[in-house]
Ligand binder design. Structure first.
Ligand SMILES: NC(=O)c1ccc[n+]([C@@H]2O[C@H](COP(=O)([O-])OP(=O)(O)OC[C@H]3O[C@@H](n4cnc5c(N)ncnc54)[C@H](OP(=O)(O)O)[C@@H]3O)[C@@H](O)[C@H]2O)c1
Length: 227
């Protein structure tokens, strides 16, 4: 069991991940730029977890306090918040596993697009800014709408990537404890740009077909037999 902090845990994606991680048995710390917002979101999460029959420990704090109390820190912030947040908290994150769920998206001329990033992707930028933290990119393609619908089992694949094998093993194990998601290790962090582009495509599909799409990769039966 780990203590997972979610920076930006007051937003839909952070709260949805916190709900699923809490049901999986992890302790949660909701982080925010404002302590009071963190406490309000934590109270909402405790109610959702109690309703789901999973009363795990939930704490709240400003982002700095949340980082200090956690082993694993999820960045569930908009892309524009990444650099200022890491400029402030980068040294406190050294040695902690950082879970990156950020998609650098913009809505432009009627469709979602990926912003050009010199580092290649949000995931690579975050790893460059945090050289002393193992960064794992995951859950980028899983919608908050699905995560927050706790009575509904999630299904499909969580594509993940990163350059640190031990950190990826922890995230793969976490994903396997969320019914009935499958973890698909997509390799090195250089693949983060592809994960982020898939989200843009899914969001354009969601707009077109008025639904909430997710990802499932076929012909990876060897992963099923390992789990
Ligand atoms: N929504 C989805 O379905 C979904 C799915 C997959 C991945 N993602 C990714 O997950 C991330 C969060 O998504 P979201 O929809 O939850 O976003 P959001 O609601 O816009 O933001 C989440 C939280 O981030 C904090 N925040 C906002 N602007 C910030 C800034 N400039 N600097 C620092 N913190 C800031 C806010 O918390 P405080 O004000 O409390 O600090 C906010 O509640 C995004 O990168 C998104 O691409 C989202």
């Amino acid at each position: 069991m780990a203590r997972i902090a979610l920076l930006g845990g007051t937003g839909a994606e952070g709260l949805g991940l916190a709900l699923r991680f809490g049901i999986a048995g992890e302790d949660i710390i909701i982080g925010s730029r404002q302590q009071q917002r963190a406490e309000q979101a934590a109270q909402r999460l405790r109610t959702m977890l109690r309703d789901a029959g999973a009363p795990c420990r939930v704490d709240a704090g400003d982002n700095a306090a949340a980082v200090a109390a956690a082993d694993t820190v999820a960045l569930s912030l908009p892309y524009e918040g990444v650099e200022p947040t890491l400029a402030q908290l980068g040294s406190a994150l050294a040695g902690k596993l950082v879970l990156d769920v950020v998609n650098p998206l913009v809505f432009d001329r009627g469709m979602f697009r990926i912003l050009p990033i010199a580092a290649g992707s949000a995931g690579e930028l975050i790893q460059q800014l945090l050289p002393r933290s193992p960064v794992v990119c995951a859950f980028k393609n899983l919608s908050a709408k699905q995560l927050l619908d706790a009575p509904q089992q999630l299904r499909g694949d969580v594509l993940l990537c990163g350059d640190h094998a031990d950190a990826k093993r922890y995230v793969v194990d976490l994903i396997r404890r969320i019914p009935v998601l499958r973890a698909v290790d997509a390799g090195a962090i250089g693949n983060a740009q592809h994960l982020e582009s898939i989200t843009a495509l899914l969001m354009n599909l969601n707009r077109r077909y008025k639904t909430s799409t997710s990802v499932e990769v076929l012909s990876l039966e060897q992963l099923d037999s390992k789990s």
